[in-house]
Design a protein around this ligand. Structure first.
Ligand code: NDP
Length: 241
């Protein structure tokens, strides 16, 4: 059995990633912060498709919460190694920099950047000992080009992009790859308040992407087929440059 942990697996891109990893034979550990019913829906869909999974609630932004949940999982599952980690949990809290409150800055940094650190560091040594691992970070177009109104979000995602490149080089010899996927505009709860008809004019494919279109790339990066790819940031954005 191959074990995969997806943070933020209750909704949106994370839910689609859970389903895609289940289809490729993983037992999926579905993390979420508070939406238990949507997390249960992800698990039900996995089971309906003949797969297996479990729920693991923790707040990626809180080191104590991450440590407690993952220590408990490892204690209950001795001899099993989580070989695929998808750092997907993320939030937006947009404001122009001149009006941004410190809490808005911190909440977004704590979730994307610190959440990446807390969760990844916890699973890194077992993955290296196992001599096979896949770490996939969901970043953003915003972290590559910067988007106005999102200095917090752009900084957090750019931070994860830098960390992806650095960590990939640290552990390449250990059979553990580290890559990032940078979605553009994907139709999820996170983008439902955006003016889609205006934004699509800026996208060469003239549409928002679907979560499954991101998940298919994540499933490939999580597989043994991606063995010589590490430190890459791959965009899934309908042609925006
Ligand atoms: P959604 O808002 O649809 O879902 C967010 C998910 O993250 C939920 O499962 C939520 O859990 C979880 N989450 C949020 N905060 C925490 C936390 N502190 N601890 C644990 N889980 C948490 O977002 P998307 O699916 O759209 O986004 C997924 C990722 O993709 C994010 O990192 C986002 O930044 C990135 N992205 C999205 C784009 C888009 O267009 N949608 C574009 C570029 C990047 P719960 O349900 O419990 O609240």
């Amino acid at each position: 059995m191959k074990y995969a942990l997806v943070t933020g697996g209750s909704r949106g891109i994370g839910k689609a990633v859970c389903l895609a990893l289940s289809e490729t034979g993983h037992h999926v550990i579905i993390n979420y912060r508070s939406n238990h019913s949507e997390a249960s829906d992800t698990l039900n869909k996995i089971r309906t498709g003949g797969g297996s999974g479990e729920l693991l609630q923790f707040d990626v932004a809180d080191k104590t919460s991450v440590d407690a949940a993952l220590d408990a999982w490892m204690a209950e599952n001795k001899g099993k190694t989580i070989t695929v980690l998808v750092n997907n949990a993320g939030i937006r809290n947009d404001a122009l920099m001149m009006w941004m409150r410190e809490e808005q800055w911190k909440a977004v940094m704590d979730t994307s950047l610190n959440g990446f650190f807390y969760t990844t560091q916890k699973l890194l040594i077992p993955m290296m000992a196992n001599k096979f691992g896949r770490i996939i970070n969901i970043v953003s177009l915003s972290g590559l080009k910067g988007l106005p109104g999102q200095t917090n979000y752009s900084a957090a995602k750019a931070g994860v992009i830098g960390a992806t490149k650095a960590l990939a080089q640290e552990i390449a010899r250990k059979g553990v790859t580290v890559n990032a996927v940078a979605p553009g505009f994907i139709r999820t709860d996170m983008t439902k308040d955006l003016p889609e008809q205006e934004i699509v004019k800026l996208i060469p494919m003239q549409r928002f992407g679907e979560a499954s279109e991101v998940a298919d790339l994540v499933a490939f990066l999580a597989s043994e087929k991606s063995s010589y790819i590490t430190g890459e940031i791959i965009s899934v954005n309908g042609g925006i440059y």
